[in-house]
Design a protein around this ligand. Structure first.
Ligand SMILES: Cc1cc2nc3c(=O)[nH]c(=O)nc-3n(C[C@H](O)[C@H](O)[C@H](O)COP(=O)(O)O)c2cc1C
Length: 208
């Protein structure tokens, strides 16, 4: 099964270290899994959704981007740090994502900043946002800062190592999530009977 990976970048400029980081994370995922991928870039789409209040106001291109996010198997989301958080337009894009479309979706979190001091943006800003969506945020995020790049290419062995570790930890979780989802879908389609052990309807017997 091909895994549909959608990257979302919150940078407002191009070239962008954040876009490079997402490309490299997706490439590393592609070395471990059969993937198809696309990247949704706020620097390209921002002018067409900024200021809108509801999804019905948005042009067709943005609706397609939102549908791609909502139907992904895995998201790789990343933003530059702007004033200790993700960019406003990154958040604004997710304001239009259906509240329940990302439930249980594996999401790899990443960010770039001008200094090393904002690495906890991943835990303090990204994880709560995607916690709201009830997504499965993957355990290791990737934070990079300006000196990890030269001419928008990654030139830091430490960042490459972190990126490989984050993907290495993510892959088995993605695989088990997709296998479980497939089993549920086959069961709901009537192709499989729920096994005794995992049948959620089976009563739990408490010891007296
Ligand atoms: C408006 C603005 C605010 C920023 N605020 C921070 C910040 O609070 N902390 C930080 O480490 N870097 C900050 N930066 C630096 C960017 O996060 C950093 O250069 C980032 O890697 C740029 O990513 P990009 O190349 O993908 O656009 C800020 C940059 C801008 C333009």
């Amino acid at each position: 099964m091909t895994v549909k990976i959608v990257g979302v970048t919150g940078s407002l400029q191009s070239p962008s270290k954040t876009i490079t980081l997402v490309e490299e994370i997706i490439a590393e995922l592609g070395r471990a899994l059969p993937i198809e991928s696309q990247i949704i870039r706020v620097d390209e789409l921002g002018p067409y959704f900024a200021g809108a209040l509801s999804r019905s106001e948005l042009p067709a291109d943005i609706e397609l981007a939102l549908l791609a996010i909502e139907t992904a198997d895995v998201l790789v989301v990343a933003s530059p740090v702007y004033r200790a958080s993700f960019t406003g337009l990154f958040k604004h894009l997710f304001d239009f994502v259906d509240q329940y479309a990302l439930v249980d979706m594996p999401i790899l979190l990443a960010a770039t900043g001008g200094s090393e001091r904002h690495a906890l943006i991943i835990e303090h800003q990204f994880r709560p946002l995607f916690g709201f969506f009830q997504a499965l945020t993957l355990p290791l995020g990737v934070y990079a800062h300006d000196s990890d790049f030269t001419n928008y290419r990654i030139t830091s062995a430490r960042l490459e190592d972190r990126l490989r570790k984050a993907v290495g930890k993510a892959v088995p979780l993605i695989q088990s999530h997709l296998a479980e989802r497939e089993e549920i879908e086959r069961t709901l389609a009537g192709e499989r009977r729920i096994s005794e052990e995992v049948d959620p309807r089976k009563p739990v017997r408490l010891l007296s």
